[in-house]
Design a protein around this ligand. Structure first.
Ligand SMILES: [Zn+2]
Length: 368
């Protein structure tokens, strides 16, 4: 998000009416279990269940929910767990190609998304032949002849840079699960044990966000940051929910809906900045609601302590994902991808690890 281009992108997405589709659309379920509710609200009665791969017809959209018919009855499902089955996720088939797994304990899943169940594990150096690929996921043939999906960024055939291939798939595994679960379990005895944190990697899908000096897209860098921060938060015991765990488009309204779907203790939107003037650089924290002012200052102070980029300070602006959010909510601009120094630093592992620590410490201070 930046002052000129970013603001016009936001303005574009402010216009989000309830949509009645002229023609019914077919969507596919992208979660292991998706509950069908009587009304378009996460506290409404459950009237049915859908499974990964189920296809439904959608008649209208309302506040991030899709209306469909299940067993002859009208019902609503959370739209972020559906994708248009005739959309851009075109299947490209390849053959006689081999990939090598590059991480210990790599999960083999039943489908091309972290919401699919784990059917096996692979270790560093395991080789598999490729059956097909779908965006960031590779379908491989396992030793027993069955097939499973592995994240492309965990394999040596990765088109990603070394930084994203070193990111740990487990950081995404807890995200994008079933919408209705107020997650009560925690991951340990850390400072953030029992806290639900929603991380919101900006942009995605057909919205690349800002474009950096070397063609880097904000949406990709935001995803990398989200995975790193999620990993650190989970190490500290937090439950982490990602608004997106892959390169898909999610409206600003849906991002807020996801925040409201949980007992969310903090919502952090992650962005990188851009400016026509290459000299402009540094990190900043945005807040909209006055109740988040001190949270914003704690966050910015922690970022400034952990990273070497210029401290641009706290900004007070009216931003959709913050303004309409009932939970404590901040938006972080983690550097200018149009500045030669910032973009170089941003792509280092040490920077990513520093912002992970900065956010974790800030939340820890904020809650205690
Ligand atoms: Zn942005």
């Amino acid at each position: 998000m930046k002052k000129i281009v970013g603001f016009s992108i936001l303005c574009f997405f402010f216009i989000l009416p309830a949509t009645v589709f002229a023609q019914e659309k077919v969507y596919e379920v992208d979660a292991s279990v998706l509950l069908v509710r009587e009304e378009p609200a996460s506290n409404s009665d459950v009237i049915g269940k859908l499974q990964a791969g189920d296809k439904i017809k959608v008649f209208q959209e309302k506040h991030g929910w899709y209306q469909t018919y299940v067993n002859g009855q009208s019902g609503w499902v959370a739209s972020q767990y559906l994708f248009a089955s005739d959309s851009e996720t075109a299947v490209e088939t390849t053959s006689s190609k081999e990939i090598t797994v590059q991480a210990e304990g790599t999960r083999i899943r039943s489908g091309p998304d972290t919401s699919n169940s784990i059917i096996n594990f692979a270790t560093n150096g395991d080789k598999f032949s490729v059956v097909e690929t779908q965006s960031d996921w590779i379908k491989v043939q396992l030793n027993d002849g069955s097939t499973g999906w592995v994240a492309r960024w965990l394999t040596s055939d990765s088109a990603n840079d070394s930084q994203s291939s070193s990111s740990n798939e487990t950081t995404q595994s807890e995200s994008a699960e079933v919408e209705q679960v107020a997650r009560t379990e925690n991951n340990g005895d850390g400072d953030l044990s029992g806290y639900n944190i929603v991380l919101d990697p900006g942009h995605g899908g057909h919205d690349p966000g800002a474009i950096g000096l070397y063609g880097n897209q904000e949406k990709d860098l935001a995803m990398i940051a989200a995975n790193q921060i999620a990993s650190d938060l989970e190490s500290a015991g937090a439950n982490v929910i990602l608004t997106r765990s892959n390169d898909t488009f999610i409206s600003l309204e849906e991002r807020v809906n996801i925040s409201h779907s949980y007992h969310t203790d903090a919502f952090i939107s992650l962005h990188y900045n851009a400016n026509p003037l290459r000299l402009v650089n540094g990190i900043s924290t945005y807040y909209t609601n006055d109740s988040d002012q001190s949270f914003a200052y704690q966050m910015q102070q922690s970022l400034a302590e952990h990273v070497d980029l210029t401290d641009r300070g706290v900004m007070h602006e009216s931003l959709h994902v913050l303004r309409n959010n009932d939970n404590p909510a901040l938006l972080l601009e983690l550097g200018f991808i149009t500045n030669p120094h910032d973009i170089e630093v941003i792509q280092t592992e040490s920077y990513q690890s520093n912002i992970g620590q900065a956010v974790t410490n800030a939340l820890s201070n904020y809650f205690h």
